[in-house]
Design a protein around this ligand. Structure first.
Ligand code: PBE
Length: 267
């Protein structure tokens, strides 16, 4: 309806994703950081539901605000933009961190070295994510490794083979982390590890590694997205640095919407 403001048309609602996601906490921060969002709320069901809502809105050229992130295929699929975030509720550039349990360096030095070296670019991760749309993550990751064996060999160079040592990696249940989890699994398997990959919520990634129930993870998004979980367990896990730079989270809208900043919404 023409007479309604965009905020009214949106029903003062941001379409979020899973309740346990880091971006859900960041969106809650935005709802308190921005005075013009007082009284707004976010809906939280699933990433799949958010994408369905986004597609439906775009088909009807209706306004929608979603919790979005990069790398993700949503930006290849639709014409979208991040809203400016002058309050910094969503942080700036994010990196993906590799973390490990205390003692991994002594117990499994070969795995530690490989995990410490794993680093790739957003375009690499995106190519696995895209391929996985047609097949599954195991096959898509294998394809990327086959095409990039030189890179994987740099990660494993000089590392001695092990004989079926069991190692457990935990990752969050989003495509970006399914991609990095499977690629790390294959790199470790090339050196003889028996790798178990377990999808868990972000809180459990940190908790399981802090408690030594899992060995390592490439899934943390830092510093903003999973910062609260990181801080909660600081000192109880090993920080192996970035495995990818150039990630981002924020509020995302279709490009046809006239708002450019979170501040632009009428209260
Ligand atoms: N994400 C994708 C996750 C991490 C990876 C941004 C949706 C989150 O916890 O928010």
């Amino acid at each position: 309806q023409e007479s309604q403001s965009v905020s009214e048309q949106l029903d003062y609602t941001i379409t979020g994703i899973e309740a346990g996601a880091g971006i859900t906490k960041a969106t809650d921060r935005a709802l308190t950081d921005y005075e013009n969002l007082a009284g707004w709320e976010q809906t939280n069901s699933s990433t799949g539901a958010m994408l369905t809502e986004l597609e439906k809105a775009i088909d009807n050229e209706e306004p929608i605000v979603v919790a979005g992130w990069t790398p993700h295929f949503m930006f290849a699929e639709w014409d979208l933009k991040y809203l400016e975030d002058p309050e910094g509720s969503f942080g700036g550039e994010e990196y993906l961190a590799t973390i490990a349990r205390e003692g991994l360096e002594e117990d499994m030095p070969e795995a530690y070295t490989i995990l410490d070296r794993i680093y790739w670019e957003p375009a690499d991760m995106e190519s696995v994510m895209l391929a996985a749309q047609e097949t599954d993550f195991a096959e898509a990751a294998q394809q990327w490794v086959d095409d990039n064996q030189e890179t994987v060999s740099e990660w494993t160079e000089g590392v001695e083979d092990v004989d079926g040592t069991a190692i457990e990696l935990v990752h969050t249940p989003w495509d970006s982390e399914r991609a990095s989890g499977h690629v790390a699994r294959i790199a470790l398997e090339q050196k003889g590890y028996d790798v178990k990959l377990t999808p868990v919520d972000p809180a459990i990634v940190f908790q399981s590694i802090a408690e030594g129930d899992a060995d390592a993870s490439l899934a943390p998004w830092m510093p903003a997205t999973h910062g609260p979980f990181w801080d909660e367990h600081e000192g109880e896990f090993l920080d192996l640095g970035a495995n990818l730079d150039g990630a981002k989270i924020g509020l995302v809208v279709p490009s046809y919407m006239e708002v450019d900043s979170i501040e632009d919404f009428e209260p």
